[in-house]
Design a protein around this ligand. Structure first.
Ligand SMILES: C[S@@+](CC[C@H](N)C(=O)[O-])C[C@H]1O[C@@H](n2cnc3c(N)ncnc32)[C@H](O)[C@@H]1O
Length: 257
C-alpha cells in the first residue's frame, strides 16, 4: 500500500541543455513557505538572456512614473470600495493603481485603451490625471453595471472622456473592427483573463495594428504562472516594474511601430 499520509511533489526545471533537473521536492511543510492574503507560485530566471531588453525611453518613463507615484493619492477611489473589501487602490508599492495614474500624469495621453474594466479601479486610476482633452476607452465582455462590487457610477462617464466598449477582443473580426481606434492609442493597460492564451492573442493582434506612434503598453500580472512565458517571450523593449507596481507582476513594453 502506498503511504499517502505525507504526499510530496517533485518540481523539475529544464536546464539550458534541455535536460530535466529536479529543483525541489514539495511537501506539506514547504507547499507555501510564505503566508499572505493571496499566495501564488512563480519562478525566478536570469535577465541576461531575456529576448526583450530595456531601452532608454522606457527607463526614463519608468523612473519618472515611480517618482510621480509617490505623490498620488487615490483615496477617493478607495472610499468607493465597500468596507468588507480590501482598499487596494492606495496601496503602493504592491498595487499598480498609483503607477497607472502617474504614467498618465506624465504622458498626458489623448487616448488610453484599457482591456479589462472589471469593477473599475484601474480605469478610475487612469482617469485621475487624464488631460481635459484625453479619452479612455475601456473594453470588457461584462458591462460595468453588471460587474460584482463595481465602483463606477454614471457620473464617471458623464463628461464623455470615459467610455466602455463591450467586446471580446480575442475574436479576430471584433479586434479588427477596433484596430483603427487602437492604432491611435498613446498608452494601453492590458488586464484580462491571464488564462495562458488570451494575452498572447492580444499581443499577436497588436503586431497587426498600424500604430500611429510609439507607445507604452502596460501588462498586469506578468509574474503569475500563466503569464511567465508570454511576458518572457516578448522581443520588444520591456521592463518588469513589479517592485513599483502590483505584487502579481507589472510589466511595460515600449511598442515602437
Ligand atoms: C482582472 S479583471 C480587470 C481588473 C481591472 N483592470 C482593475 O485593475 O481594476 C479582468 C477583466 O477582464 C475581462 N475580460 C475577460 N476576457 C476579456 C476579453 N476577451 N476582452 C475584454 N475583457 C475581457 C473580465 O471580464 C474582467 O472584468
Amino acid at each position: 500500500m502506498p503511504d499517502n499520509s505525507n504526499p510530496t511533489i517533485p518540481v523539475f526545471l529544464t536546464t539550458p541543455e534541455g535536460k530535466p533537473q529536479q529543483l525541489l521536492q514539495l511537501s506539506p511543510s514547504n507547499f507555501t513557505p510564505v503566508g499572505a492574503l493571496d499566495v501564488r507560485p512563480s519562478l525566478l530566471f536570469t535577465e541576461e538572456d531575456n529576448p526583450g531588453q530595456i531601452d532608454d525611453a522606457l527607463l526614463d518613463f519608468s523612473l519618472q512614473a515611480i517618482h510621480e507615484a509617490r505623490k498620488i493619492d487615490l483615496s477617493e477611489i478607495s472610499a468607493r470600495i465597500s468596507a468588507e473589501m480590501i482598499k487596494t487602490p492606495n496601496t503602493w508599492p504592491g498595487q499598480h493603481y498609483k503607477l497607472l495614474a502617474a504614467m498618465v500624469k506624465n504622458l498626458q495621453p489623448k487616448l488610453v485603451i484599457e482591456i479589462g474594466t472589471a469593477s473599475g479601479y484601474s480605469c478610475l486610476s487612469l482617469k485621475k490625471n487624464l488631460p481635459a482633452e484625453g479619452k479612455i476607452v475601456t473594453f470588457d465582455i461584462v458591462p460595468w453595471k453588471e460587474y460584482p462590487d463595481v465602483v463606477l457610477t454614471e457620473a464617471d462617464f458623464a463628461d464623455g472622456r470615459l467610455k466602455q466598449q463591450i467586446a471580446d477582443l480575442t475574436q479576430p473580426h471584433v479586434f479588427n473592427s477596433f484596430s483603427k481606434l487602437i492604432s491611435q492609442a498613446d498608452f494601453m493597460f492590458v488586464d484580462a483573463a491571464k488564462d495562458g492564451v488570451m494575452e498572447q492573442t492580444f499581443l499577436n493582434f497588436f503586431e497587426t495594428v498600424k500604430f500611429e506612434k510609439p507607445l507604452f503598453i502596460f501588462f498586469d500580472d506578468i509574474r503569475l504562472w500563466n503569464m511567465l512565458s508570454i511576458w518572457r517571450q516578448i522581443k520588444r523593449p520591456k521592463i518588469d516594474l513589479t517592485s513599483f507596481g502590483s505584487w502579481s507582476g507589472s510589466g511595460v513594453i515600449h511598442w515602437i511601430p
